[in-house]
Design a protein around this ligand. Sequence first.
Ligand code: ATP
Ligand code: MG
Length: 357
Amino acid sequence: MKTYRIAAIPGDGIGQEVIPAGQQVLQALADGGAGFRFEFESFDWGGDHFRRHGVMMPADGLDALRDKDAILFGSAGDPHIPDHVTLWGLRLKICQGFDQYANVRPTRILPGIDAPLKRCGPKDLDWVIVRENSEGEYSGVGGRVHQGHPLEAATDVSMMTRAGVERIMRFAFKLAQSRPRKLLTVVTKSNAQRHAMVMWDEIAAQIAREFPDVRWDKELVDAATARMVNRPATLDTIVATNLHADILSDLAAALAGSLGIAPTGNIDPERRYPSMFEPIHGSAFDIMGQGVANPVGTFWSCVMLLEHLGEAAAAQRLMHAIEQVTATPRLHTRDLGGTASTAQVTAAVCELLAHVP
Ligand code: ATP
Ligand code: MG
């Protein structure tokens, strides 16, 4: 039987609760006759590792992950460590080390979820946001001089390479092409940023010629936020830079219900390295250890992980189980206005997966 080797990195805060829940659900799927098995290895990297060793993960950490089939990641964030240290020391180290240049964030309103968007009228949405995940505003290029001096100055350079933009555009057009509506919106800010963003637009038009069956348009990032609220049905696949997509995808998650539901995949489309799947929420220290974290974002990330492994039938079974659970109000966690615990939601999904369909 095929065995998938999965690295589990719970990280900090509620990552410690939702990642074991995700492993339980994947295990239930395998035990329920999916036709494959999982071999999990857990890594205790994160804030506690930083306190003990001065680093979020060991220097040779990437080597331990390199031959895994996929990575399931929780969250990196600690109230006592600066955010840029936790982020660059763990999550971004893996994303950049394994050149996971496409960050994919599906957004839909799941059954039974009282999504804020619905309160604006009878509206629905079905989007996939593609975030450039390797350069742009988060390229790390920049510097700080004259610290503490009146002349102090700092820069963060948004660096875009032709190769980097071409590959994310091609990925986005291909993804749009694979979806029923074949519709892509390229988000930009080339009216104000007249170097890199202009190149971004030019490359979009160039790659579009390889995909004549994809309808595409261009939208300024500010206008895109309003369009997401006012005309959500005009959007399908959306591609944006690292910073723009970071913001747009939080808006998307909020419109669709809760931060606790939304999944994401950090993908190496060329499959040279393992890809990494994670809920989009952070460590949420305010609710950690209470057993009330919503594990649905992690479960949906597991669906993406299964799709990436090519296990489409298993992915569909898990998504169906998730939708049955969200459609049941007594299985809603506190963020959705309910009283269910992480363990109850997890048990319900496992129960639905326990029998071969
Ligand atoms: P980080 O600094 O790691 O990003 P954070 O403290 O900013 O973490 P987030 O995880 O980004 O917190 O979430 C913001 C708020 O949303 C949290 O305070 C929490 O109450 C809520 N929240 C996030 N994820 C979940 C979840 N899975 N279940 C329930 N509530 C959640
Ligand atoms: Mg946060």
